[in-house]
Design a protein around this ligand. Structure first.
Ligand SMILES: Cc1cc2nc3c(=O)[nH]c(=O)nc-3n(C[C@H](O)[C@H](O)[C@H](O)COP(=O)(O)O)c2cc1C
Length: 417
């Protein structure tokens, strides 16, 4: 999600779930092609972020093919995803995103080029149920998925709404058109050789399980939503708003294979892991590591605590007072940032020090000051996130659980974007 699932957020959430597939923000294919010599600002990521899907935007098959080749050479993405669901004004003007749904033959060509140039990564497509006006009929959706398949992709992520091309803002286009989950389940039936991930409005694992046709560990029966469960569920806004909901994801949805060793057990450990990373990024001068960018994933870090609002208040106040000062010091230390920033920093740093005695002297200090200032209590920070969320049950039931998984779980799990 643009400006949300950036590299810092992805690193942060990796402290909570190790196996959920993460998606990058949409990256424009032509930006990669024009900046082929310096891809870090566009593609930079940490090895810890895998499994990772890179989403590409664009409408020219050759450019998207070239971008796929560049991306594949840069990182070992699990998949490259073509965005054909974005409703933004720019997408409309330039003809990418949801506009692509108007032109299935073009999408076939794009997918073909991406598949041809992407090495071992899978190519997937994200789309809507249709675009209005233009193509809203079921047969047109089928034609679209056929085009994707003919191009060589086998996996489609469907935001279960039509995209209104006129009259709605992008935000409204994510809430006003009604959700039609049945249509996604019907696609599963119509294309038995393909894989479908359902997206849109899913806020809990209970709902996800419903679409996946799962039973919960330790529960006898939960009604399955459809005779044709989907293969994955993508959770967008809720994953950002409440990252802690993913604490149980690995144990619940990815039980096959070993669980990751050394995963943080508590919110405090997740935060500590992130702060080590953040300081490291700042020390190395990693692109986009100024205070405001690197603190962004932490805005929702106290979701679920009674002190959530107070923490956000304290964090905002501290950022207002100290972000610039910390960034100036950072710019001087690592020679990063705009030149005028650096000059100002060199001149002002000494003078400012007198005024800011007792103020946070590092990014880490600032975050802990917000936690203290907001009154976030230790019980929240030190709660064992894995207790009662699947691990204990899975371990105790051993083979029986494996057998149940074989018979009832078709999915690859929850996908977050
Ligand atoms: C801030 C924001 C940015 C988004 N950026 C993208 C994007 O870059 N590519 C994309 O395919 N969808 C994007 N989306 C849409 C989400 O991926 C998702 O399809 C939509 O929010 C519905 O899922 P949800 O109800 O789980 O959030 C964005 C959504 C939001 C709120």
């Amino acid at each position: 999600m643009i400006q949300w699932t950036d590299r810092h957020w992805r690193y942060f959430i990796r402290g909570i779930t190790n196996k959920t597939l993460l998606f990058t923000e949409m990256t424009m294919a032509d930006a990669l092609v024009h900046n082929a010599e310096d891809l870090e600002p566009f593609l930079g990521h940490d090895g810890e972020e895998y499994p990772l899907a890179l989403q590409l935007g664009g409408s020219d098959p050759r450019t998207l093919g070239e971008a796929a080749a560049l991306a594949t050479a840069y990182g070992r993405y699990d998949s490259l995803n073509l965005n054909s669901g974005c409703p933004s004004g720019k997408a409309k003007k330039v003809g990418f995103g949801a506009e692509l749904m108007l032109d299935p033959p073009l999408v076939r060509q794009i997918v073909h080029e991406m598949v041809r140039r992407c090495g071992d990564s899978a190519v997937t497509v994200k789309c809507r149920l249709g675009v209005d006006p233009g193509r809203t009929a079921w047969d047109e959706l089928l034609e679209y998925v056929h085009a994707v398949r003919d191009g060589g992709a086998r996996h489609v992520v469907v935001h279960a709404r039509t995209c209104m091309l006129h009259g709605l803002s992008p935000a409204q286009n994510r809430s006003v058109p009604p959700l039609r989950y049945d249509a996604v389940h019907d696609l599963v039936a119509a294309f038995p050789d393909m894989t479908f991930t359902l997206n849109g409005g899913v806020k809990t694992f209970e709902e996800a399980r419903h679409h996946l046709g799962h039973r919960r560990h330790g529960e006898d029966e939960v009604p399955v939503t459809s005779a044709h469960p989907v293969h994955g569920v993508m959770i967008g806004r809720e994953a950002y708003r409440n990252p802690w909901m993913f604490a149980g994801a690995d144990a619940e949805f990815f039980r096959k294979g070993p669980q990751a060793e050394g995963m943080p057990r508590t919110r405090r450990e997740v935060l500590e892991r992130y702060l080590v990373y953040a300081e490291d990024c700042r020390a190395k001068g990693v692109f986009g590591s100024n205070v405001c960018s690197i603190v962004k994933p932490l805005h929702n870090a106290c979701c679920g605590s009674p002190a959530e609002r107070a923490y956000k208040h304290a964090l905002d106040a501290l950022l207002k007072r100290h972000a610039q000062r910390l960034d100036r010091a950072w710019a001087v230390q690592c020679g990063k940032g705009p030149r005028h920033h650096q000059r100002a920093a060199a001149a002002e740093l000494g003078a400012e020090l007198g005024d800011t005695l007792g103020a946070p002297t590092s990014f880490t200090d600032l975050v802990w000051a917000a936690i203290d200032g907001g009154g976030v209590d230790a019980a929240f920070l030190d709660e064992d996130l894995r207790v009662g969320r699947g691990v204990a049950v899975a371990a105790a039931r051993g083979n029986e659980e494996e057998e149940m998984e074989e018979s009832t779980c078709r999915n690859r799990g929850i996908w977050s974007f």
